[in-house]
Structure formats: structure tokens, C-alpha cells
Design a protein around this ligand. Structure first.
Ligand SMILES: [Zn+2]
Length: 312
């Protein structure tokens, strides 16, 4: 009865407000008693998904919820908050940012306005400051009016150093930088009691990862080394930056193996002075064609990796 009433209310509010945010629901995946993945779209940012084309994390403590990453935009806040409310009555008291890419942190403002403390490593905040203008400009083109209200809100609690352990709501949390990942200065959140690592963009599953090509971002070799540091911890559960929560084997297959494949396939071609365009054509197909976005990103990834390895 209550559920029917709630459904009717949602339907009515959609009708009356014409509000797409009311209609869009994030998939909530239970990982452990306290850990959940909020799984966004695997493909691109669109106005329809409010830029939530990533996976966010949730850790529920006895005195508040911890949101790991906050989405791309202020207006995505209600969608995320509604997903959180499906599994806990606890308010979001803390937001930890794992990275500097838009969908990891530009939604901070919504939760900050509702009393949450934003937490990040100092190096991550530095990268956020560097990328914010570019990322906001790009989002403006995609989200239009739906970017209204989104401004950079940086961490209240900035952690110096690269490895810190603290308690949130009685649960021990370790925020650490394993080395550069998808973006420079991306961090991970380790929760030992749940045998879980929230990796942010260090791990992509089900969809092909993208290698950044702007020259200021991270290197494929660094990303692979960072991945291996996380893998050596052998967590039972991984909440990735993209795709569903999974075990280490899945993360290894979709991220670790792909990064290694890029290097192993391209380094000999670079050493051999092969032509870049020819190498991009030759490696257009790969053993990773089962991943979403392969057709969209593979040539780009080969191109950027070749240039990175050539510059070494
Ligand atoms: Zn991402």
C-alpha cells in the first residue's frame, strides 16, 4: 500500500514537474552488509543521465553514511540521495573524493549544502583545481541547464600525505594514493572490516577504460603499477569507478590485463620505429572487444599509449 502510494507520488511528481531527475534511478548493488555500489551508465555523459556515467560507492555506518564520490553535477544530487535512501535512513555525513575527474566530485555541493563533510587527499584537491575549468566547460555543453548550480566545492577536510587512516562512524577507513591512475592523483578508499576497496577510476570493469591524452594526465605505465599495488592487497570486493562491484579477478581481466596488453603490444612497435598510424590500424581489434566502448576508445588508447611510450 505504502509502496503503491510512493509510486503514485513519483509518477505524479514526474507529470507535474516534468522532472527527469525524479524519474532517473541509479542501480543500487549490495556488496557487503555495509557496502553498496551505486552503478551509473556504462556509456557517455548525457543530459538524461545528469553526467552520472560512473559508479559511486556507499559505506553505511551506525552514525551516518559515507558517499564515495559525488557525481558530476549539483542537480544529480537528488538522484544519488534517493539511491542512498533506498538502503539506509542514515544521512550522508561524509563524502570522500577519490579523484579529479568531473564525475568523481563536481556533485560535492549538493551534499555539502546538506551538512556533509567533504574529505580528500591534498594532491587530489590540487588536481581538481587544475581540471575544474575544463571539465565544467565540457559539462556545460552536455548538460546545458542541468549544470545550473554546479560549482567546484573542494574538501573541508584536506588530508596531507598519501596514506591516512581514520574512523568514520566507528568504521576504519584508509584513504591512500597508490600512484597515478586514470587521472593524476586519483586515490582509493580501503575499508578493511568489509574487505573492500573503492577504487574510483583506477578500475574500470565491463567497459573499456580510456587513456587520457592531454599530456598533463597520467601514464599507462603508472596506472598499471598503481593497479598492481591495489591487486597485491587482494581485497575480496572491489567497487570500481565504472561498472558493477566485482572481485579482483574481474578487475584484473578488464583493467590490469588491458593496461599490460597495451604496453606489451605497443612498446615493441615503438622500439621498432613503426609508424603510428599503422600501429593504430593494426591494433584496432583486441582481446578486449567484449568490453562496452571498445569501438569508441580502442584506437584512441593505442594512439595515446604509443605517444607516451615514444616519449619515454
Ligand atoms: Zn571515470
Amino acid at each position: 500500500m505504502r509502496r503503491a502510494a510512493a509510486a503514485a507520488w513519483v509518477a505524479l511528481s514526474c507529470l507535474v514537474l516534468g522532472d527527469r531527475a525524479a524519474a532517473l534511478d541509479l542501480e543500487v548493488q549490495k556488496v557487503t552488509e555495509r557496502v553498496y555500489a551505486l552503478v551509473g551508465d556504462l556509456t557517455g555523459r548525457t543530459a538524461d543521465n545528469y553526467g552520472i556515467n560512473a559508479t559511486l560507492g556507499l559505506l553505511v555506518t551506525d552514525s551516518g553514511a559515507v558517499l564515495i564520490d559525488s557525481g558530476s553535477a549539483y542537480q544529480a544530487g537528488p538522484i544519488i540521495a534517493r539511491a542512498v535512501a533506498r538502503v539506509t535512513d542514515q544521512p550522508v555525513r561524509w563524502v570522500i573524493n577519490t579523484g579529479a575527474q568531473d564525475h568523481r566530485w563536481l556533485g560535492n555541493g549538493y551534499f555539502h549544502d546538506r551538512g556533509a563533510t567533504i574529505i580528500a587527499l591534498a594532491r587530489t584537491v590540487e588536481s581538481q583545481r587544475r581540471y575544474a575549468p575544463t571539465h565544467l566547460a565540457r559539462l556545460r555543453n552536455i548538460l546545458g541547464d542541468r549544470l545550473e548550480g554546479t560549482v567546484p566545492v573542494y574538501a573541508d577536510r584536506v588530508i596531507q600525505g598519501d596514506d591516512a587512516t581514520f574512523s568514520l562512524g566507528g568504521v576504519g577507513v584508509r584513504l591512500m594514493w597508490p600512484g597515478h591512475g586514470h587521472f593524476r592523483d586519483d586515490a582509493v578508499v580501503i575499508v578493511p572490516s568489509e574487505d573492500t576497496i573503492f577504487t574510483g577510476d583506477l578500475v574500470f570493469v565491463e567497459r573499456l577504460l580510456g587513456v587520457q591524452g592531454d599530456g598533463t594526465s597520467s601514464m599507462v605505465r603508472d596506472w598499471l603499477a598503481s593497479f598492481r599495488r591495489i591487486a597485491a592487497m587482494a581485497p575480496a570486493h572491489i567497487v570500481p569507478g565504472h561498472g558493477h562491484a566485482c572481485d579482483l579477478a574481474r578487475a584484473q581481466a578488464d583493467t590490469g590485463d588491458y593496461l599490460a596488453w597495451l604496453i606489451d603490444s605497443i612498446a615493441p612497435a615503438v622500439a621498432n620505429f613503426d609508424d603510428l598510424a599503422e600501429v593504430v590500424d593494426r591494433l584496432e581489434r583486441s582481446p578486449f572487444e567484449y568490453l562496452v566502448n571498445h569501438d569508441k576508445l580502442q584506437r584512441h588508447n593505442v594512439n595515446v599509449t604509443f605517444l607516451q611510450l615514444e616519449a619515454e
